[in-house]
Design a protein around this ligand. Sequence first.
Ligand SMILES: [Zn+2]
Length: 1003
Amino acid sequence: MATDYKNTLNLPRTDFPMKADLVSREPERLKKWEAAELYDKIQRQRAGADKFVLHDGPPFANGDVHIGTALNKILKDIIVKYKTLRGFSVPYVPGWDCHGLPIEFKVSQEMRKGSAGGSPANFDAVIIRKACDAYARKYIDLQRTQFKRLGVLGDWENPYLTLNKEYEADELRLFADIVARGFVYRGKKPVYWSIPCRTALAEAEVEYQDHVSQSCFVKFPVVGQPKTFIVIWTTTPWTLPANLAVAYNKDFQYVSVKVGDENYIVFRGLLAAMAAKCGWANYTETPFPAEKLSKLEYQHPFCHRTGRVFAADFVTSDTGTGFVHIAPGHGQDDYNLGRANGLPIYSPVDDDGKFALTNDLPVEQQMPAEMVGKSILEKHGKSDANEAVLHELRVRHALLHQENYHHSYPHCWRSKTPIIFRAMDQWFIKIDHKVGQASRLPGECVSASSQEIAPTASARAGETPALLSFRAAALAEIDRVKWIPDWGVNRIKGAVRTRPDWCISRQRTWGVPLPAFYDAKGEAILDAQIVRNAADLIEKHGSNIWFEKTAGELWSLVKPANWTGAEAVAKSNDTLDVWIDSGSSSRAVLMRRQELSHSALHTPNSALDWQADVYLEGSDQHRGWFQSSLLLSLAGNGAAPFKTVLTHGFMVDADREKISKSKQGGYEKPQTAEAYVKKYGADVLRLWVASQDYRSDIVVSEERINKVGETYRAIRNALRYQLSNLYDFDPAENSVPDDKLTGLDRWILGEFSKLEAEVLAAYDQYEFHVVYQKVSQFIAVELSSVYHDVIKDRLYTDAANSPRRRSTQTALHRLATGLCQMLAPILAFTADEAWEFLPGKNVNSVHEANWKSQTFVLSETENNFWKILFALRTNALPELEKSRQSKSIGKALEAKFSIKFPKPKVERGMEHLGSYLILGDWTGLEVNSLVSAETIQILQEILNVSKIEAAISDSVKAWEFIVSKADGQKCERCWHWETDIGQNAEHPTICGRCVEAVKQFKA
Ligand SMILES: [Zn+2]
């Protein structure tokens, strides 16, 4: 009776599919997670564990999830999942930034369309705000679905929204503390102004673009010196009506240049360039001592007033004339110089960006009547205001030269138009506010519930602290934070060092009201207690109440009982800068939400109790959220809100352009995360994100994603191979103890342990691309091309329960478990899918697992032994291949492989194998171990041949390989060539080893 021996083999089997089919399978897994309430379950399991808080920077609640936002969320999720696996309690509270111009802009547009030409100004503020609220919530729902689809786990049902009334109230309470400490003032200062958006802008709302300005060289007649002029140069002719002074640099050499019958005073270093531009062919120059300049007075070129000349360091020698025209109402340097010299902060421009007369100067000293009403807003590079000024200069023969000037100029992030600097009354946070001596600010001990500020120790002791500026305190605080990559520290320091006072008021509707009032004289009332009362009111009713109630009603609701100040007659219509919203999350989220508290540290009155472990955002946030969060938290809570700040670059396309809707050759690069998820699945996108060194910009290309797709398949196949050989393995029953494992299994577990140590270090340093490289390399080399291949024979042909097969299954089980955990932070879906097929798991989802490192350490001797065997394999395989090529053998299993080693030499008391030293380090190894029965069996497996003959010989000087045909016959079951075939009458066609396996199979 012929037996079908194929049925007696332990062939692999598993239901873990080869084809990933992520696009349809991932959503099913998401449903499973939701049904199991996986996030909540994990939080419960980790209750009481050490806490790790990654605080989410809130994306704007408009539009689909951009691919760059997806990158940010995936990186955060990798950290959250990794730290969770390592046993931490890692609550993740996602947030959304809900107020602000982008939404108000869109909503106003839609309302205008719907109302047949009505202007949004005609709409009641409350109506606009309700529409904005609905708009924001619509996109929060949409983005929430898209973030979940990426596999991001978090408290999606309870996110923080800056439009929530509790959030708004906490934001105002933080603001009240800052008001109480004297940081906030109302002043007339130049601010960035967007004409189309009719609002002041924050630093972070300004973007620099290339711009062509109309620059001009203008003659300012010197009073009392006929035909003598100071020459200024400007790129903003529209600021000339606001000119009140001229600045020079006292370190420059000035000259008086005689051209025809006129004399021009200019900086000597720029004379040649000017002469070329103005076409001065013949001129003579005489020195004009700088110290005489400050005595000069000049006549404004077209207004009935005179101005004076002041020294200033900001006058540079690279372009222009060495003189800077000063309009204190239109520039920061100008403002400072104007203030220092008692000039009015004159800004003759209205909210629409049109020339207007003001009360700062007598009307007859202001611009000619025909200029009033001309608009500064540029259309196609020209503006009515610039044209009117240039015309005026031309007719008065004051224009020496005019040309186009290419430079980088600030633009409004929404309307993309050039911004203007414009002095107006706004609310500011004073950055150079004097805050005290301690490098920590007072109020270190503020908690969310307490409104009282604890004095610092030194203040309590009655010392007189030397005053420290808030800017210096912020710079010192920056040094206490860890910045990754480390250049982040310089970037944020640079931003903080140079930033002007923070303009925090906006003339917009969709925001948190700035709860100030005005008295009958028009004086502003901003009081910490009033702000706190307003916060309580808003926490109860929402911030619409500020817009619904009259000033009188509000005043009666929030006026402190013991108020002795002036009575309010009007309320402020300003809203707070949206960067105050998101920047207040330290108070409104970190301090407010119980699950984020590090209370286990038992440091209730210290910042450590609420500080987040990590903030992670794009590198533009050094100017944005990192900075606003730091400044507000330091001013209001007494410490930075973060311990570590991680930054990532941006998604750029192959031309290093920021990803935008650029159509090139009719091909539109998708910008939304969804486009990629629908094509590749979330896990391939996640793996691709992990594969990139995110510290610099990330190039998005289909080619790169496809390449990562190949790695994904290799990982999946490796997991599948392991799982498919564990179908009859119960780790509790069948595991083999470490010291009983076969050498080969010990070797792979040793290698895996090394990999694991490297992967853990990489995760701990947030270097996910290193995780990707190490894991994919290990799967390609150690697993796929060595171990998985070599163990096939023993897995399939040994008796199912043989110690050797169980040993290898023990190793495979550990490898699969370890790989699932190692990959789970990145391949959130696939690792979980594979985990389901693991026998003997103690939790249902890999994301609930507790990843303990395996630390399987081989002795140095054992390690060296394996290094030598694999070096031998590398040298032997080509010999086998040669024999196959020459047809002297067919398959490798037909081969007998004879190795002759030369007799060891003894030198300096050490035995060694002459030329085989190249094979590796022999420390601790005996040469005879190379020809032991165990080694021969291993060599047979790793070379996949039927027979090995190894001997130490006098006759060879270097090693020798001889490949010949194996003796005996081919076993029908295992295909090895053996000499014991036919010895068993019952099984005449199979080898002795197979006879044993078949016997056990039957039993
Ligand atoms: Zn056999």
